[in-house]
Design a protein around this ligand. Structure first.
Ligand code: ADP
Ligand code: MG
Length: 245
């Protein structure tokens, strides 16, 4: 693993009114590292990811990604989002656009690429996610799993340095989950820095460099998959694993 620190989160606090959701999270993610975040529903996992690309503004604390201070209101939010790809549970593709148009939209709109370059890149990305034959297809003609793979291709089209995944397979029929996880695994192999919130413990065991257990707004325990799954220390982690494994 590369030792360069790509993401540094320090004392991240997020309150929604009286609801103290993140209570001082500290986390460092290295270049090429795959961190899988696990934890019970409502523990703040989505809020954590949403702070990382400023879909939410932190109450306090700092988030530095590639030397950009995300939490600083002066930081250009568009630059932040170009650098950080995000894939959600509900893929939110533009249903009035074709598959390739979805992938090409942001690079062309933001003048990162000409239409010709963007089309070539969309071919390559759709090939990578196993959907090159769907280049001209409508979004509605795709299954949920296929749509999620298009959403991954769309996020990659901006050449992000970090990819965030928020339960990318939770809304899918079980038979679709494997194809999406396979794409994520391939991305990890290619050296993408990834933070993945998931309940897919098989993926965590196989792909994660580090597993982080979040509960009650804090990181309660973290370690290698072997440490976390075979030798959990924190009783809340033990309870959680008893429920999900
Ligand atoms: P998880 O992803 O681990 O299930 P979330 O981050 O979605 O947890 O939610 C953590 C807590 O933050 C919950 O109590 C939720 O109600 C609250 N919360 C999340 N987003 C908002 C919001 N935009 N406004 C108010 N409360 C929110
Ligand atoms: Mg969530």
């Amino acid at each position: 693993m590369n030792t360069k620190i790509k993401v540094r989160v320090s004392n991240l606090v997020k309150n929604f009114g009286d609801n103290k959701v993140l209570k001082g999270i500290n986390m460092e993610v290295h270049d090429n590292e795959v961190v899988v975040v696990i934890g019970p529903s409502g523990s703040g996992k989505s809020t954590f990811l949403r702070n990382l690309n400023r879909l939410e503004a932190p109450t306090s604390g700092s988030i530095v990604i590639d030397d950009m201070d995300i939490a600083d209101p002066k930081t250009d939010i568009n630059k932040v989002r170009e650098n950080i790809g995000m894939v959600f549970q509900h893929f939110n593709l533009f249903s009035n656009l074709s598959v390739s148009e979805n992938v090409m939209l942001a690079p062309v709109e933001l003048k990162k690429r000409t239409k010709t370059e963007a089309a070539k890149q969309a071919h390559d990305l759709l090939n990578m996610v196993g959907l090159d034959s769907k280049f001209n297809a409508t979004v509605q003609s795709l299954s949920g799993g296929q749509q999620q793979r298009v959403a991954i291709a769309r996020a990659l089209a901006m050449n992000p340095n970090v990819m965030l995944f928020d339960e990318p397979t939770s809304a899918l029929d079980p038979e679709m989950v494997g194809d999406v996880l396979a794409v994520m695994k391939q991305l990890a192999k290619q050296g993408m820095t990834m933070i993945v919130v998931t309940h897919e413990m098989g993926f965590a065991k196989e792909v994660a460099d580090r597993v982080v257990f979040v509960d009650d707004g804090n990181i309660q325990e973290q370690g290698t998959p072997d440490e976390m799954f075979n030798h959990p220390q924190n009783p809340h982690l033990q309870d959680f694993l008893d429920k999900v494994l």
